[in-house]
Design a protein around this ligand. Structure first.
Ligand code: HEM
Length: 115
């Protein structure tokens, strides 16, 4: 029944938590005036955390691919299992889209020059 290693499970929940923190932090930063130095400081933390989240996502996907722990029993073929798989794929896609769009915004507004 247990198809994932403890390390993968910990990584999963750590990433879920980090995503929520990055999400709320982004909303908070967006509400700050561009004239505040505080905004730049927070953005540096936000961008670093976002980058780490993106990198850990890649690590997790590679680890899953290498260990192939998913769906080895009969349940693998039932509709619920397929739904869960599709849901996770969509979720991964959204996370990467957020990370990439964050990087795109940072490049567009010349964040490197600002920092
Ligand atoms: C895990 C991933 C991330 C999440 C959940 C996230 C979330 C957010 C949110 C909610 C906002 C506010 C958008 C708004 O209401 O205007 C935001 C803004 C922003 N994010 Fe991210 N972000 C992530 C990763 C990144 C990364 C990797 C970078 C860059 C390397 C980045 C750079 C930025 C920048 C530059 C802004 C604009 C702030 C402003 O000018 O107001 N983000 N992010």
């Amino acid at each position: 029944m247990n198809r994932y290693s403890p390390a993968l499970i910990v990584l999963h929940w750590a990433l879920a938590l980090a995503l929520f923190v990055a999400l709320f932090m982004g909303g908070d930063i967006a509400s700050l005036s561009n004239d505040l130095d505080l905004k730049v400081d927070r953005l540096v933390v936000h961008m670093s955390a976002g980058g780490v989240i993106g990198a850990l996502f890649v690590v997790r996907l590679v680890a899953i691919y290498l260990s192939r722990p998913i769906m080895t029993d009969k349940k693998a073929n039932n509709r619920f299992a397929k739904l869960v798989k599709a849901y996770h794929l969509a979720l991964y896609f959204v996370v990467f889209a957020i990370v990439l769009s964050g990087i795109a915004i940072a490049i567009q507004i010349n964040m490197k020059g600002i920092v």
